[in-house]
Design a protein around this ligand. Structure first.
Ligand code: F6P
Length: 342
């Protein structure tokens, strides 16, 4: 078989581990030819493709990013984009395609599946917001990076009696904020799933002061929003999938906290640091398992699916189902975090 691979959307630590696993088992065990498309759907539209080999995928397991490059290109928002992808696949005699990505990349894959393309999706996003799988790779690394940052911010916050606002990624879901907030002992965590009341945030900080704790750590997901009419937020540009470029909520909150509490407040925006660098061992293992399951499914002719983690097992689920809705933070998990607020 000739099997294509591409990586789309924001990069995530572990992408290279998936590619390596697909190539290793695809070539060594099954004798398939594996071709890599450059820069996600962009390369699939433009026909920029090259053959992958055991040699050119050596040493990539611990490497962050993706050796294939990525983009947020949406063929369905580009004139004749989907047709261009179909033409490329047929010109390269691709029997099966393994797109590795989040809701956007896999959403395109789900549509292509209805047009007859044999797809096996692999879920990736540091946001961990894909339904159909318990975890996506990249998330554990992002949480670890954010937790390390919180540990460091704790000591300087305490020394200066300051409030530290830490903005983390999480466009539609606050998984990173909730996990790193619990792991790093945050005193307030704000997530997109629950609009926040700035007065309540201020109350938590004042409560701490009343108890003789003169510093606070506030974690805010970039997609968190205030209750309507309570704070003015800025409008942002959108990408080809209609997502706003976020960032800035941390500054807004910090200004308000300083104004309303009189406490000196600083902001740290972790941004793309959370996505860069080497994956944790957990993400390397999960990504490798996903890669192996994807090439197995392609070899067996199981198409229109996404590989997924259910409990401790790797399974396949219908790709359309997996991308139908976002997986938001479990309220029970947030309740655990709330015990430590204020
Ligand atoms: O891939 C998900 C994500 O990391 C989001 O958490 C974040 O909002 C977005 O990507 C940032 O996108 P970009 O890399 O295009 O700035």
């Amino acid at each position: 078989m000739r099997i294509g691979v591409l990586t789309g959307g924001g990069d995530a630590p572990g992408l290279n581990a998936v590619i390596r696993a697909v190539v290793r088992k695809g070539m060594d065990t099954y004798g398939h030819v594996i071709l890599g498309f450059r820069d996600g759907w962009q390369g699939a539209m433009e026909g920029t493709v090259s053959e992958l080999s055991i040699d050119n995928t050596r040493w990539i397991l611990p490497r962050g990013g993706t050796i294939l490059g990525t983009s947020r290109t949406n063929p369905y928002k580009t004139e004749n984009g989907a047709q261009a992808v179909l033409d490329t696949l047929s010109a390269n005699r691709i029997d099966a395609l393994i797109p590795i990505g989040g809701e956007d990349t896999l959403g395109v894959a789900a549509k292509l599946a209805t047009e007859g393309v044999n797809v096996v999706g692999v879920p990736k996003t540091i946001d961990n917001d894909l339904s159909g799988t318990d975890y996506t790779f990249g998330f554990d690394t992002a949480v670890q990076i954010a937790t390390d940052a919180l540990d460091r911010l704790h000591t300087t916050a305490e020394s200066h009696h300051r409030v530290m606002v830490v903005e983390v990624m999480g466009r539609h879901a606050g998984w990173i904020a909730t996990h790193c907030g619990i792991a790093g002992g945050a005193h307030v965590i704000l997530i997109p799933e629950r609009q926040f009341d700035i007065e309540r945030v201020v109350r938590h900080i004042k409560n701490r002061t009343a108890k003789g704790r003169y510093f606070s750590i506030v974690v805010v997901a970039e997609g968190a929003t205030p209750i309507e009419g309570t704070l003015v937020t800025q409008e942002n540009e959108t990408d080809a999938f209609g997502h706003a470029r976020l960032g800035g909520i941390g500054n807004l909150i910090a200004d308000e906290i300083e104004k309303r509490t009189g406490h000196e407040t600083r902001v740290t925006t972790l941004g793309h640091v959370q996505r860069g660098g080497t994956p944790t061992a957990y993400d390397r293992v999960l990504a490798t398992r996903f890669g192996i399951a994807a090439i197995d499914a392609a070899h067996d002719g199981t198409f229109g699916v996404m590989v997924a983690l259910h409990g401790t097992d790797i399974v396949t689920v219908p790709i359309a189902e997996a991308t139908a809705e976002l997986k938001t933070v479990d309220p029970k998990l947030y309740e655990v975090a709330e015990v430590f607020f204020g």
